[in-house]
Design a protein around this ligand. Structure first.
Ligand SMILES: [Zn+2]
Length: 326
């Protein structure tokens, strides 16, 4: 049996109305009967049939098995297992397909889980985060019986074949299919920085990230080192990830500058767009945010009431403006 860890970034969603049927399921795990007001219920995506960074993916059959295996499994919140009430429990799972296709052009399937937490003071912050719909990295752990080569079907746990993950053979991409999960362990939850792209994205697991950092460390020693193919791949993915982050940062800054200039045109028209643009250039992103907030305040306090509420045809213009507000 090989134990594997997979992670995925997806939006968590709080469940506003907990049904009686859900409460019945939840109460099969509770020591003393819980009322719907005692619990916080949320949903999360656990895994899917998309090829991940390791060149591996679950088959739909495997996801069907995991759908059963994950019911009743604990979720470790923020990597803490110190007390019982810092964890959540999965009480319901569902394999979903919604018309989207995966990168192979097949129907995209994902395993959604519903979990509950007891509403306690200790859980309050985490509950707030989930309620706000903050994206989380979910990491699942399970064992699979077989790791199957997508090209020749060999069980790579038993015998090596000549195919290399990520390469194409007669137009067919080589990846590993994770077949027949035999056990599912707890899943855990880690906060991730906001990502621009919607939907589901794969990410480095913490272990991989550490491995990459170690490679960088040995590179810093400036001594001659030999890298394996896997290590080179790790470095390339890390660089790509950094590039993505830098791009997101740039986009954010651009929008912020635009926002500041348009606010400044209302509050301090004498500075002019060009002048304000020059000022913005010398500011850090944090400085820009401070200026934007100050201008926002100034705008609200200086405009006549009618303008603020946008009762008339200004309504549309206001809506457009708000798209730059972060
Ligand atoms: Zn093969």
């Amino acid at each position: 049996m090989r134990a594997i860890n997979k992670s995925i970034i997806a939006k968590t969603k709080s469940v506003k109305k907990v049904t009686d049927a859900d409460m019945e399921k939840i109460n099969t795990y509770a020591i003393s009967e819980l009322k719907s007001a005692d619990v916080f219920v949320f949903s999360v995506v656990l895994c899917d049939n998309e090829i991940d960074r390791d060149g591996e993916r679950f088959t739909v059959e495997s996801l069907k098995t995991l759908e059963k295996l994950y019911v009743g499994k604990t979720a470790i919140m923020n990597h803490s297992m110190k007390t019982e009430d810092q964890s959540a429990r999965t009480f319901k799972t569902e394999l979903i397909t919604d018309g989207r296709k995966n990168s192979l052009g097949e129907d995209y399937y994902y395993l959604k889980a519903w979990a509950y937490m007891v509403r306690t003071e200790k859980n309050a912050d985490l509950i707030k985060e989930i309620e706000a719909g903050i994206k989380k990295e979910t990491s699942v752990g399970c064992s699979v019986e077989e790791i199957r080569c997508s090209v020749c079907g060999a069980n790579r746990r038993k015998k090596r074949c000549a195919h290399i993950k990520g390469e194409k053979y007669d137009g067919r991409l080589c990846f590993d299919e994770l077949v027949n999960p035999t056990d599912a362990y707890e899943w855990s939850f880690v906060a991730v920085p906001a990502q621009k792209n919607a939907g589901v994205t794969k990410t480095f697991s913490e272990k991989e990230e550490k491995a990459t950092q170690n490679i960088f460390k040995s590179m810093e020693s400036k001594e001659e080192i030999t890298l394996t193919k896997g290590e080179i791949e790790k470095i390339l993915s890390a660089v790509k990830e950094l590039e993505e982050k830098a791009k997101d940062g740039e986009e954010y800054r651009k929008a912020l500058v635009k926002n500041v200039i348009s606010l400044s045109a209302i509050c301090f028209p004498e500075i002019g767009a060009e002048g304000m643009g020059d000022i913005c250039k010398s500011l850090s992103t944090e400085g820009l945010r401070t200026l934007r907030n100050a201008l926002e305040k100034r705008k609200t306090s200086s405009l006549p009431i009618g303008c603020q509420t946008g009762e008339t045809t200004d309504n549309k213009a206001d809506e457009n403006n708000s798209s730059f507000v972060f």
